[in-house]
Design a protein around this ligand. Structure first.
Ligand SMILES: Nc1ncnc2c1ncn2[C@@H]1O[C@H](COP(=O)(O)OP(=O)(O)OP(=O)(O)O)[C@@H](O)[C@H]1O
Ligand SMILES: [Mg+2]
Length: 274
């Protein structure tokens, strides 16, 4: 990952996740079948077409993907279908066309729960924590699929977000917006995912808290955990993105490296305010 846009940020501790070197007795990651796809992205929702229930299609041949060692960012106007695309990749939408592959395996027909077992961690845009439960209980809930000792992972989450350790006995609903988002990300990390999907992790927080959250996300990505995220702070997000997608009306409008999209006149004019 050297030479990436975020090499100079965060620390270089790779302890929070270990996506490549899972223990044999790890119940979360054991038992899967390897279907490596040389050349294919680690996680891809490819040419996805579909909508909610019997409603009209929201996504129109939409493709989003993230590879190992990458941060991929999805931006676009309100209602563009960013959250819908994330939900489709997570299995919350039945697709009429297209497919979802994780590490080369076709998972298009799997339930969200089954995808979590395959290694997907997803933080939805809303309702992403249990507000009446304590911080610690939220993290424990996050580890619901695990039967092994979760205390080490919880310590790693506390190392990443120290404030959560101080507040671990407080109801999550009493925390600030930025701290709640830390709980939500921490909850997803408790499964020891192989890929992390975040829908607007910095929604509603101050610029300073946003920078801090981005730094933590970069830190997580640097451990080797691919991060696929939707962001409304397009400029800042593309600045840390290896790969960016601009979605408009459920379609891929622009795709490129974060750098290339930031430099693209049309993208700047239409989506970044000039
Ligand atoms: N549960 C749902 N049932 C039916 N339609 C929905 C549902 N959720 C979203 N939609 C519709 O799908 C379209 C895309 O919405 P979506 O939430 O994916 O956009 P978005 O890009 O995430 O927007 P935002 O930036 O506001 O989060 C919108 O027209 C929205 O009204
Ligand atoms: Mg959304």
């Amino acid at each position: 990952m050297s030479g990436g846009p975020y090499d100079d940020r965060g620390n270089h501790d790779a302890s929070i996740t270990n996506p490549c070197g899972m223990a044999e007795d790890d119940p979360v990651h054991a038992g899967g079948h390897e279907h490596p796809a040389p050349g294919g992205p680690f996680l891809i929702g490819e040419a996805m077409t579909g909508g909610y229930g019997r409603g009209a299609d929201i996504l129109h041949s939409c493709t989003i993907a993230v590879d190992r060692g990458e941060i991929a960012v999805i931006v676009g106007p309100n209602g563009a279908g960013k959250s819908t695309a994330m939900k489709a990749v997570f299995g919350m939408l039945s697709l009429r066309e297209g497919m979802v592959r994780l590490d080369g395996e076709d998972i298009t027909e799997l339930s969200p729960q089954a995808r979590v077992r395959k290694g997907m961690g997803f933080v939805p845009q809303t309702h992403n924590i249990f507000t009446s439960m304590t911080v610690e209980e939220n993290l424990e809930m996050g580890a619901f699929i695990r039967r092994d000792d979760i205390s080490g992972t919880m310590e790693q989450v506390f190392d990443l977000f120290p404030i959560l350790k101080d507040k671990r006995r407080q109801a999550a609903g009493e925390l600030s917006g930025g701290q709640r988002q830390q709980v939500a990300v921490g909850r997803a990390l408790m499964t020891k995912p192989k890929v992390l999907m975040l829908d607007e992790p910095t929604a509603g927080v101050s610029p300073i808290v946003m920078d801090e959250l981005f730094d933590r996300i970069i830190e997580v990505a640097r451990t080797g955990l691919p991060v696929l995220m939707v962001e409304q702070n397009a400029r800042q997000a593309l600045a840390i993105a290896d790969k960016g997608y601009v979605l408009v009306q459920g379609r891929n409008a622009h795709t490129g490296t974060g750098k290339a999209l930031l430099a693209d006149d049309e993208v700047r004019r239409s989506f970044l305010g000039g």
